[in-house]
Ligand binder design. Structure first.
Ligand code: NAP
Length: 338
């Protein structure tokens, strides 16, 4: 299987990526046990199918090591020249505190060494507390490391529009912001997407499948009790559904998506991802992969084989219109973490 050209996006001048990123939070341990050998083996299946871009973080358990091991085996199997086919986007989520050059450089050094690369393709920076302005100091040091060739591109995760403006005004070249974006959580449409388009910044969307809740598996099902939601992801997005409008409204959404999916002979997940990929400023959707436990490679490939039409949007619109405004109840992108 190989994905069509429409699956690829020129993300930056020097990086072309898959529009579905393989999310590696799912190997952190919070989504069930992962066997490292099986996991790394399965990374070949994703890559060989065309899903060549990985989203990870310093704190996603062994994720950075998996990239290192995968690259090692990949070079052995296919030769070092083909390593350029892999894109690995990591994050740095520092503990609050002073951001000296030494602290920043050490953290980046750890990621470089774990991932077995000389330069990080993309470093996505997270910050917990806006009242502590040291995030600008950290970004200044990261920009220095970028000039020194240790980071190819700088990006953010879970930053709101106001702080994105502060950072771009400060002169830091940001290429993307990774934010929660799904049919249920459409906060990026409030302010973020407009700002991003004006500043040539793209969005990497996570939570698009609501941890798997946005699928046939939950269509027509009674509201799952918390104890039945066995991954951190399912629990996180069930809370989001509750804030958005509750299980009954979510069932209405799933029913509408099912009709659309049947019409195009695809899955509910396919419709959910396609919807987000078509939104302004969105570069890619990140879909979590429980490597070696469950995979949806063939199904997710179908995202690139159909388009949503006006009739589909007319079916989805009225359901979304009944939901609560999460911008009002939670705030802008990332505010749920603060
Ligand atoms: N920056 C941040 O703060 C942040 C926060 C959360 C996530 N993320 C990133 O986003 C990634 C995605 O994580 P997420 O928590 O948002 O989860 P998600 O992508 O919404 O859901 C992932 C789950 O969806 C199910 N799935 C995938 N494809 C499917 C298909 N075609 N049909 C039916 N089910 C399907 C799988 O469940 P099963 O495994 O049960 O089959 C999978 O584990 C993470 O790995 C991480 O890289 C970033």
């Amino acid at each position: 299987m190989s994905l069509p050209p429409s699956s690829r996006l020129r993300f930056t001048d020097d990086l072309t990526i898959c529009r579905i990123l393989n999310g590696m939070w799912q190997v952190s341990g919070a989504h069930g046990a992962i066997d490292p050998r099986r996991a790394v083996d399965e990374m070949f299946a994703y890559h060989d199918a065309g899903f060549t871009t990985w989203d990870l973080a310093d704190h996603y358990g062994p994720a950075e090591d998996f990239i290192g091991n995968f690259r090692h085996l990949f070079a052995h199997r296919y030769g070092t020249r083909r390593l350029a086919e892999i894109q690995a986007f990591t994050k740095w989520v520092p503990h609050p505190g002073r951001m000296t050059r030494r602290i920043v450089e050490e953290a980046i050094g750890v990621s470089l060494s774990r991932m077995g690369v000389e330069c990080l393709d993309l470093l996505q920076f997270h910050w917990w507390d806006y009242s502590d302005k040291s995030y600008l100091e950290a970004l200044d040091h990261l920009a220095d490391l970028q000039r020194e060739g240790k980071i190819r591109h700088l990006a953010l995760t879970n930053f709101d529009t106001e702080r994105l403006r502060v950072i771009t005004d400060h002169g830091i070249p940001i290429v993307s912001n990774q934010v929660q974006y799904s049919l249920v959580d459409r906060r990026p449409e409030g302010r973020m997407a407009v700002f991003c388009r004006e500043h040539r910044i793209t969005l990497l969307a996570y939570g698009t499948l609501l941890g798997g809740l946005l699928s046939e598996k939950y269509l027509g099902q009674p509201e799952p009790p918390r104890g039945e939601l066995n991954t951190a992801s399912l629990q996180k997005y069930k809370r989001m559904i509750d804030a958005w409008g509750g299980w009954a409204l979510f069932q209405e959404l799933l029913a509408a998506l099912k009709q659309i999916a049947d019409k195009h002979q695809v899955s509910i997940a396919n419709v959910g991802i396609r919807y987000i990929l078509d939104r302004p400023a969105v570069a890619s959707a990140i879909v979590g992969a429980r490597l070696g436990v469950a995979q949806h490679i063939a199904d997710n490939a179908r995202v690139f084989g159909f388009e949503l039409d006006a009739e589909d949007h007319t079916m989805i619109g009225p359901v979304l219109a009944k939901s609560r405004d999460l911008m009002k109840s939670i705030g802008d992108c990332g505010d749920e973490y603060r």
